[in-house]
Design a protein around this ligand. Structure first.
Ligand code: 6R9
Length: 650
């Protein structure tokens, strides 16, 4: 990052933890020193949160980097840790999941019931011939059976590969083939935007090219008619008639727990492999530490889909290992109305809410009047994940969802890291809006320059991880070389995350977006995140995306796409005036070098199905190229709208 820009976004606001939360926090400031003094000892103590059938002989084997083994020789069962031990401790009647379907139907599932369902599913899978080490693909909507299916696989040592229900037959085919899955668990469909959305036909299409699949287990959710073949079994006829008795067998700490594919923007998806003991240790610890989770009293809600790593680690494994009570919701935030999320918070008394910046910015666009119509007083802690959260979105979240007083934890991590890595601790950290702040206890993250040297405070560069961590990916499924090349070759002996970052004058870390998105304007590196945050800090803007487009004089020029807030007038002259104001606003905030060449006012931005902005496609538009691969796009009509408007606004 250039010196000129490294410190331009001067966000100086800082919010100390509420006194009562700090006094009663699960984790206090001493955790940092404790972990720094003895990192492996620290993780060993966290591993003791779990119930192991056999203790490990060695905490970490790093003799063959980058292939790590954690808790070597230890044995445990993940489902036992998430279910049986809570039931055995007399907590069987505690609600595990308050589930709400999009049409408004509800289910309340206790730990005892979740345990029963998981045992039945484990027996049913075993009857279908699934044994430890086999792969099972899960392609389901957000129904409780999704969590049950994952836990049942874990229980019998089968490796699950969850494929997000919005993916196409092609994407599903690739993932089933890559993992050679033996069984697919799916549903007739789910409910989205007020109507049934079919899944089974996509599986049928995929299966034409997936000879490894022997059986398909089908949950009935929508009741719509589906085609049927001899491989298909109804869930309610197979699982729900199976025995409820099942004894969990222990597995090695390094037994493969799941594969989850990251949709690379250009390349073939990577099957990220996670294993058992270290993964559960870090997801359990971070749920306890970062959410300050008190399982007896909290009601936790993570709005992610189970098809993403956030759903794996912070709907299924982390919360259930802690015995949490949580909400699970099937549908979209604006069905049947834009207050649906806040209605859910109020109905279940949600105390901890974990969501994504894209959702917060959408709520900003809809206006603060909507959360104001609901009682959100139960909320005591707010979390964010998935993208950098712009300072103004952070402030809005605190103000209009957190009543101006609730702490926010901005958690940086990746599918590859398995669990949170950089985040405030809610009872300790004086959080700055837009900063993920500091590596969690036991984690050594750093910001380095091109040469891999740590940058001083005030500097910017690349985010790396210097030491292995328990929930790290173990490899890319079937491709050790690609694992080494992608993550361990950019800097000697360090994990390269692919994100740009800066360290501010106090040493706190700010994420600047994917390094592929950084712009080079007249020789200056400018981060998309900083220009986007400057735009969002204007009172008329809810959301913005910024790209570098080839420019004959400056190399690259900044082209911005901005979504105005709900009531802003963008017609004719008012629109022209707003664009001029916004260009000047960015120049004033960040310096003249960051002034966008062009700003377009748009209604929507192209996003991946997990809500991340796809700047690559906007770059195609800005450079008047035909669009590249749009298969991971959430809503493909968005691009037509944006392309047709191009050339209009300047
Ligand atoms: C958990 C998840 C990982 C990428 C990551 C980064 C971005 C996630 C962030 C964040 C800034 C945060 N990211 N959390 N950027 N601040 N708090 O999202 O995993 O889907 O694999 O994406 O998301 O760019 O590298 P995944």
């Amino acid at each position: 990052m250039s010196e000129a820009l490294a410190n331009l976004l001067n966000e100086t606001r800082q919010f100390p933890p509420p006194a009562a939360l700090a006094a009663n926090a699960n984790v206090k400031a001493d955790a940092y020193a404790e972990a720094a003094a003895d990192r492996l000892g620290f993780w060993e103590r966290q591993a003791r949160r779990l119930t192991w059938t056999k203790e490990w002989d060695q905490v970490l084997d790093w003799s063959n980097p980058p292939f790590a083994k954690w808790f070597v020789g230890g044995q445990l069962n993940v489902a036992y840790n998430c279910l049986d031990r809570h039931v055995e401790a007399g907590l069987g009647d505690r609600v595990a999941i308050h589930w709400e379907g999009e049409p408004g139907d509800t289910r309340t599932i206790t730990y005892a019931e979740l345990h029963r369902l998981t045992c039945q599913t484990a027996n049913a899978l075993t009857d279908l011939g699934v044994v430890a080490g086999d792969r099972v693909a899960i392609y389901l909507p957000m129904v409780p059976e999704a969590a049950v299916a994952m836990l049942a696989c874990a229980r019998i040592g089968a490796t699950h590969s969850v494929v997000f229900g919005g993916f196409s037959a092609d994407a599903l085919t690739n993932r089933i083939q890559d993992a050679s899955a033996k069984v697919v668990i799916t549903a007739d469909g789910g409910f989205r935007r007020g109507k049934p959305s079919a899944l089974k036909p996509t599986v049928d299409e995929a299966l034409a090219n997936c000879p490894s699949v022997e059986h398909v287990l089908v949950v009935r959710r929508t009741g719509e008619e589906v085609a049927w073949s001899e491989k298909d079994r109804w869930w309610h006829e197979t699982v729900e008639t199976a025995s409820t008795a099942h004894t969990a067998q222990p597995f090695d700490a390094e037994h493969p727990l799941f594969i989850l594919y990251t949709s690379g923007t250009t390349a073939r998806p990577k099957g990220i492999l996670h294993t058992t003991g270290g993964y559960l240790t870090q997801t359990a610890y971070t749920t306890h530490a970062v959410f300050d989770l008190k399982p007896e009293t909290d009601v936790y809600w993570c709005t992610a889909d189970i098809g993403w790593v956030t759903g794996h680690s912070y709907i299924v494994y982390g919360p259930l290992a802690n015995g949490a009570t949580q909400v699970m919701y099937e549908g979209t935030p604006d069905t049947p109305h834009k207050g649906r999320f806040w209605e859910i918070v109020d109905r279940y008394g949600v105390t901890i809410l974990y969501t994504a910046p894209t959702l917060i910015r959408t709520m900003m666009k809809w206006g603060e009047g909507i959360p104001a119509q609901h009682d959100l007083s139960s909320l005591r802690l707010l979390g964010s994940v998935g993208e950098p959260i712009n300072p103004e979105a952070w402030i809005w979240y605190r103000q209009h969802v957190g009543r101006g007083e609730r702490p926010i934890v901005d958690t940086w991590w990746q599918t590859e890291t398995g669990a949170m890595m950089i985040s405030p601790l809610p009872g300790v950290t004086e959080a700055k809006p837009g900063s993920a702040m500091t590596p969690l206890p036991g984690i050594s993250a750093d910001v380095v320059d091109d040469q891999g040297q740590s940058v001083p405070n005030g500097g910017g560069g690349y985010l790396v991880l210097r030491e292995p961590w328990p929930s790290m990916l173990r490899t890319i499924w079937g491709d050790d070389n690609r694992f080494i090349e992608t993550y361990w070759s950019r800097f000697e002996g360090m994990y390269f995350a692919g994100d740009g970052a800066k360290r501010d004058d106090d040493g706190h870390i700010w994420l600047l977006g994917r390094v592929d998105d950084v712009m080079l304007v007249s020789g200056h590196n400018i981060s998309t995140t900083e220009v986007e945050s400057a735009l969002v800090s204007h009172p008329s803007v809810a959301e913005a995306a910024v790209v570098g487009a080839t420019d004959p004089t400056t190399g690259q020029a900044i082209v911005a796409f901005a979504i105005p807030r709900g009531t802003v007038d963008t017609s004719g002259e008012a629109g022209e005036q707003l664009i001029a104001d916004l260009r000047n606003h960015v120049a004033r905030t960040l310096g003249p070098i960051a002034k966008p060449r062009q700003i377009m006012l748009v209604a929507e931005l192209p996003k991946t199905r997990s809500g991340k902005i796809m700047r690559r496609l906007l770059r195609d538009v800005a450079e008047h190229r035909s669009l590249g691969d749009v298969t991971t796009l959430q809503d493909s009509s968005v691009m037509e709208l944006i392309s047709s408007g191009m050339g209009g606004g300047k």
